[in-house]
Ligand binder design. Structure first.
Ligand code: C2O
Ligand code: CU
Ligand code: CU
Length: 491
């Protein structure tokens, strides 16, 4: 990365982008003035925008998604990556039992594909199949069928072509998937607004190009200098005192752990990873590993400005490797809630929520032990090797073979000095316990942070969806370096 300062005009005249984009840039962006690193920084304080919504009708949603460079970020064009021109891409809203027919067109200069993170759909054929590859210039027709009993909640989509996932997500390729309750069930909660807050991070140089990670970034998991909400820098969320809002917060960052706090407010968490908690949980902060989602109800207090912030999270260190580097997700401001207007009476929170029944007493037929490991050597991980059970990812190999219809307990151990978020596709699990004694949520989830020099024990009911898929570290630099493995669920 060149640190040469360049003129504002050139900074905004991003390669190949039209005059309109440049003009928009003149208001939407600040070239990073006294910034020695020469970074672009979008202006803060615009009202939070929702990505466009594409919703199913009559049980079907047909969508065309084109992955290409030229994302609109902070209101102007960049060389970052986009779905249909924007980052995040459109929010896809469906209902249980619906069919999603999605044509993915690849206008990148490298292969890609698509993963529907958290959806309980088949991993086979042209459904949520992580082994598919869509080459540059090619299109692929996905078809996902949501089962009729699919939970209503917050999910997301992102690329999953092994070796390029971190680059493509850091580049901007993400979008939200929202499953609404079945038609006729009415509103789930008495809220006056239902907002998406899809959090991503990236680093853009003064030419609007995504800055490539260093070897150390790859080893620890890269964190962008720019943290965006719905592609915006520190947007403003308007709120009326007394009215409550539902915020669907998605951690779409490659590596960053978000410990979220709303100034002067408590957060009422109602759902995690797309399923309802048993009852609203009132907390000062909500912690999301990469891939996790939290739906919170915000009950705005008196008029004023209240920052939505993330606090520093210690993700561990390299244990003397990479010069003893440490990884921490630094503090940042995500957004500002601006409260004003005539207060309205606050509706009561529900006492119970429509949580899914978890058969925690199911008879467990198999126990497995999975080990996340990090060591010296390896080509992709910045000179480090990232493995599961001592092996790097091989899509041809079956690492775990499971009988459909059984329930298993897995213990994921992490002897290393860096925390790794464990993620399993298709089959959500219940956390039984973790070595840091966090109280388990008691509901299905799909990403759990495995503490450094610790473990997490989970219970997985393999009740539906035979087929092959993957589990991996959701620090996507680690996944790309080989910390991923396959699972074959056989009927
Ligand atoms: Cu969100 Cu396999 O990942
Ligand atoms: Cu996933
Ligand atoms: Cu990891």
């Amino acid at each position: 990365m060149s640190a040469t300062p360049i003129s504002r005009r050139r900074a905004l005249g991003l390669a190949g982008l039209g005059a309109a984009a440049v003009a928009a840039g003149a208001t939407g962006w600040l070239a990073a003035g006294g910034n020695a690193a020469g970074r672009l920084q979008p202006a803060a304080g615009e009202p939070l925008r929702d990505p466009g919504v594409l919703a199913s009708t009559d049980g079907r949603l047909a969508v065309e998604l084109t992955a290409a460079p030229g994302a609109m970020l902070g209101g102007t064009g960049t060389a970052a990556l986009a779905y249909n021109g924007s980052s995040p891409g459109p929010t896809l809203r469906m209902r249980p039992g619906d069919e999603l027919a999605l044509r993915l067109t690849n206008q990148l200069d490298q292969p890609t594909n698509l993963h529907t993170h958290g959806l309980r759909v088949s991993p086979q054929g042209n459904s949520d199949n992580p082994f598919l590859r869509v080459d540059p210039g090619a299109s692929f027709d996905y078809l996902y069928r949501l089962p009729p009993d699919h939970p209503a909640g917050t999910f997301w989509y992102h690329p999953h072509h092994h070796g390029m996932v971190a680059d493509q997500m850091f580049g901007g390729l993400v979008g939200a998937l929202v499953v609404d309750p079945p038609l006729g069930q009415g509103a789930e909660l008495p809220v006056s607004a239902d907002r998406l807050l899809l959090v991503t991070d990236t680093t853009l140089d003064s030419d609007g190009q995504v800055v490539p990670p260093s070897a150390g970034d790859r080893a620890m998991g890269r964190e962008g200098e720019l943290v965006l909400v719905n592609g915006q820098h520190e947007p403003v969320i308007p709120a009326v005192p007394g009215s409550s809002q539902r915020w669907r917060i998605i951690n779409g960052c490659v590596s960053r752990v978000l410990a979220i706090r709303l100034q002067d407010h408590q957060l009422v968490q109602i759902a995690h990873d797309g399923t309802f908690l048993r009852a609203p949980a009132v907390a000062d902060r909500v912690v999301l590993a990469p891939g996790n989602r939290a739906d919170v109800v915000v009950r705005p207090g008196p008029a004023g400005r209240h920052e939505l912030r993330t606090e520093t999270v210690d993700r561990g260190d390299m244990g003397g490797m990479m010069g003893g580097a440490t990884a921490s997700s630094g503090p940042t401001t995500l957004a500002t809630m601006v409260t004003g207007g005539a207060p309205i009476p606050l509706p009561a929170l529900p006492v119970a929520l429509p949580a899914e029944a978890v058969p925690i007493t199911a008879s467990v037929s198999v126990q497995r032990r999975i080990v996340f490991q990090m060591g010296m050597g390896g080509m992709r991980g910045g000179g480090m090797a990232f493995t599961i059970d001592g092996r790097v990812y091989d899509p041809q190999r079956d690492d775990q073979t499971v009988q459909l219809g059984t329930t298993e307990d897995w213990t994921i151990t992490n002897p290393g000095p860096l925390a790794h978020p464990f993620h399993l596709h298709v089959w959500p699990f219940t956390v039984l316990a973790t070595s840091d004694a966090r109280p388990p949520l008691g509901i299905p989830q799909d990403v759990v942070l495995v503490p450094s020099r610790g473990w997490a024990r989970i219970r997985i009911p393999f009740t539906a969806h035979p087929g092959r898929s993957v589990y991996h570290c959701h620090i996507l630099d680690h996944e790309d370096a080989g910390m991923m493995a396959t699972i074959n669920v056989r009927a």
